[in-house]
Design a protein around this ligand. Structure first.
Ligand code: ASP
Ligand code: MG
Length: 409
């Protein structure tokens, strides 16, 4: 009998009525002759509510206690889901992270899974019950409850699917799949039928929030096909899978944008060995991640250079005093900031085998009169930093310019 893993996100278990509907879906999969394992999130809004309670007591609450609190959201969903299956005439059993056992490291609020023991799950499904596993939570070596970071139930689902050798992992959510770009910004955005793990990782790190990044990494590592689909319809969603020849034929699979970027311009930095190492080393030691970096020799005597880099807007307040101080120390004429920027990116496996993709991107932006401030590339991605007021224009021009408005895969 095949093993099926179904994960239901917060909105899919957001009310008793929805839990009943999801439970019927799991029962249907069981009736089709499968052994079914369900992973549940907390009911929508619940994790936020729980974390707020903790923050009412302390601004920075003890992370160990935070996890004890946050894990209750999924505990409630798992038991309600199990009850709903029984109410429909089926058999089910809820399993918490420590009961399964989902062993993690001890990094509270952002723990990583080290091992999953499949035996409790197998015992359960082999008795004919549906195993309903609480997502997001695990247990560390000391027996303390841990959680996997926001959106972590996706990771539980994919890791469980890998551990028990399920053929695929279904992620039921409130959207019907992964889109070629944000439909709120670009009306011609389409659902993608198939996308590779690599492309999905790039899109997720650029802000496409459908799957937790860690879950895609695990899916890629263990080769678990992931099917992202709507819990409100029967229509197929998006398959996230390994590379296939046909995926390479499409040059650009998706367009992403990230408004959480701020640009810092160091004017007239001393041009000698060790300066940028010292500058960025100081930021790194304070855990401030930098994204794009450009260095140009400034005109004139040749002993000065300009460096432009970007970092998350959400880190800027914290980074600013450090940037000012380090700039002074290493010798910089002036520091300028610009928060009104957006990073637009194109992602696609086909870029590896097609030339001129970046040039085409620059041309499409130029045609709209959009000036490019910074560029960065990877094997399957090109990103351009542009003024934030051009977000929609840039995304639409790239999306339609690369032919994504029509069916490609
Ligand atoms: N409930 C957790 C969160 O909201 C985990 C999840 O839903 O994936 O982050
Ligand atoms: Mg989620």
């Amino acid at each position: 009998m095949a093993l099926v893993v179904q994960k239901f996100g917060g909105t899919s278990v957001g009310s008793i009525e929805r839990i009943r509907a999801a439970a019927r879906r799991s029962l249907a999969a069981q009736r089709d002759g499968n052994r079914v394992v369900v992973i549940v999130s907390a009911m929508s809004g619940e994790t936020n509510r729980l974390l707020r309670l903790a923050h009412e007591i302390e601004v920075v609450p003890d992370p160990r206690e935070m996890d004890v609190i946050a894990a209750t959201g999924e505990q409630v969903s798992a038991a309600l889901f199990s009850l709903a299956i029984k109410a429909e005439g089926g058999q089910a059993r809820s399993l918490l992270g420590h009961q399964v056992k989902i062993l993690t490291d001890g990094a509270f609020t952002k723990a990583r899974i080290k091992a999953i023991d499949g035996s409790k799950i197998f015992e359960t499904v082999d008795r004919g019950e549906i195993a309903v596993v609480a997502g997001f939570q695990g247990v560390d070596e000391r027996g303390d409850i841990t959680t996997l970071g926001r959106g972590g139930s996706d990771t539980t689902a994919v890791a469980v699917a890998a551990a028990i050798g399920a053929g695929a992992c279904e992620i039921f959510t409130d959207v019907d799949g992964v889109y070629t770009t944000d439909p709120n910004v670009c009306p011609s955005a389409r659902k993608i039928a198939r996308i590779s793990y690599e492309e999905m990782l790039e899109l997720a790190s650029l802000g496409a929030k459908v799957l937790q990044i860690r879950s895609v990494e695990i899916a890629m590592k263990y080769g678990v096909p992931v099917h992202v689909r709507s819990s409100f319809s029967e229509a197929p969603g998006t398959w996230v899978t390994g590379e296939e020849k046909s995926l390479e034929e499409v040059v650009v699979a998706g367009v992403a944008y990230d408004k959480n970027e701020a640009r810092v311009h160091l004017v007239g930095l001393e041009d000698r060995p060790g300066v940028v190492a010292e500058f960025f080393g100081t930021l790194a030691r304070q855990n401030i991640s930098v994204d794009m970096i450009i260095q140009t020799a400034s005109s004139g005597d040749g002993s000065r250079a300009d460096v432009t880099f970007t970092l998350a807007t959400t880190d800027l307040a914290r980074a600013r005093p450090l940037i000012e101080e380090t700039a002074r120390r290493v010798g910089t004429r002036e520091v300028r900031y610009d928060e009104d920027v957006v990073k637009v990116s194109i992602v696609g496996l086909g870029m590896r085998s097609h030339a001129g993709v970046a040039a085409r991107m620059f041309e499409l932006l130029a045609k709209e009169g959009i000036n490019i401030q910074c560029i960065s590339t990877s094997e399957i991605k090109v990103s351009c930093l542009v003024a934030a007021r051009y977000t929609e224009l840039a995304v639409r021009a790239l999306h339609d310019g690369f032919g994504l408005a029509r069916e490609t895969r």
